[in-house]
Design a protein around this ligand. Sequence first.
Ligand SMILES: NC(=O)c1ccc[n+]([C@@H]2O[C@H](COP(=O)([O-])OP(=O)(O)OC[C@H]3O[C@@H](n4cnc5c(N)ncnc54)[C@H](OP(=O)(O)O)[C@@H]3O)[C@@H](O)[C@H]2O)c1
Length: 214
Amino acid sequence: MKVAIIGSGNIGQALGGALVGAGHDVTLAARDAVETDTVAKAIGATTAATAPEALNGAQIVVLAVPYTALADVAAEIKNSVADKIVIDVTNPMGQAPAGTSAAQQLAEWLPGARVVKAFNTTFAGLLATPATHGQTLDALYATDDVDTGDVIAELIRSIGFRPVYAGGLNAAAQLEAMAGLNIQLQIATKGDWRSSFVLVGAPKGALEGLPKAA
Ligand SMILES: NC(=O)c1ccc[n+]([C@@H]2O[C@H](COP(=O)([O-])OP(=O)(O)OC[C@H]3O[C@@H](n4cnc5c(N)ncnc54)[C@H](OP(=O)(O)O)[C@@H]3O)[C@@H](O)[C@H]2O)c1
């Protein structure tokens, strides 16, 4: 699949590298062109000068930027995302308005895009090693759209994680809270940032994705 990633930091580099390794065609864009070029060369991706340019021809867009930059990036790509799958990986750490989530805000800012919450519950340092701690790690995702869910599950599987459907986009708040807990416990215990999630006894429906219409 052709994937555009906006942001070439920890997640841009780690997820981009994992996707390239799985045979996907990845284009990176961020504001620092020199840094983005260095990262792209290291992982075998291409670069684009601007976010809208990176989206050209991409089926999937990953917004790997800080939560505080999400609104600006959304404004920048708003006219280029019709029908595209937009993955929000951000963890707002309590900064999203009460009663909503970063992903739900993003869906409001990007009408016409198919917004998904995914990859926010996995630390960047583990994205290249989905089989770790003797387990296949879970990548939980939330979306309202059946076809989008199928594509995301396949993308997750392609990089070696087990896709777990957590619910519609309103489940993004829970995914953001889960990631917040994992971050918090790492900070509190001066951890090694290698903790991750595996849902023991996951219901069959969570592993099969969104229910299909009869
Ligand atoms: N690190 C993790 O383990 C992890 C795990 C799960 C989720 N997340 C989430 O993933 C997101 C990225 O985290 P990270 O650790 O990769 O952060 P990071 O290393 O600080 O990278 C952020 C990237 O965003 C770019 N950026 C910032 N503002 C931008 C803008 N307005 N337009 C375009 N690009 C912009 C930055 O580059 P320029 O300044 O050059 O633009 C940089 O490449 C965050 O929301 C974080 O909560 C992180």
